[in-house]
Design a protein around this ligand. Structure first.
Ligand SMILES: [Cu+2]
Length: 144
């Protein structure tokens, strides 16, 4: 089976839901230490594309989406890793993350949503920012 025929087969077999992409735009709220979007929804297992922009005029920010209940652990590990590691330590608790962006920078983050419907928190791991920079990515079951 040629590749294009196979892709057509997949489209017919699984419909557009499995191949859909949710695109979300998130930024830091100007110079404030919070996100300008604190909630969004995606379908379980779907493709997610986040356009993240650091709108600050002075601060560095990243966007880190983690498993439920692990924000503090991920933030603490990042703090211990220090600036030379961009305040982040790769871990199975991290679903997806941008790099640490300078003010004015942006990054497109693409990943596959978790397959377990739950609320996945996101934060910024720059020291002290997690206190205000928080949001929730709700993963909905495919039938919702
Ligand atoms: Cu930050």
């Amino acid at each position: 089976m040629s590749k294009s025929v196979f892709i057509i087969f997949l489209n017919i077999a699984f419909g557009s839901v499995a191949l859909s992409t949710t695109t979300v735009t998130i930024g830091s709220a100007g110079d404030h230490m919070y996100f300008d979007k604190t909630y969004f929804e995606v379908k379980a297992g779907s493709r997610v594309k986040i356009l993240f922009k650091n709108n600050s005029t002075f601060a560095e920010h990243n966007l880190v989406i983690v498993k439920p209940g692990t924000v503090q652990q991920v933030v603490d590990q990042g703090f211990a890793a220090d600036a030379k590691k961009d305040f982040i330590v790769e871990s199975p608790n991290i679903i997806a993350h941008t790099r640490m962006l300078e003010h004015g920078e942006s990054q497109i983050l693409t990943f596959k949503a978790p397959t377990t419907p739950e609320d996945y928190p996101y934060t910024c791991t720059y020291p002290t920012h997690a206190a205000g920079m928080k949001g929730v990515m709700r993963v909905l079951s495919i039938s919702e």
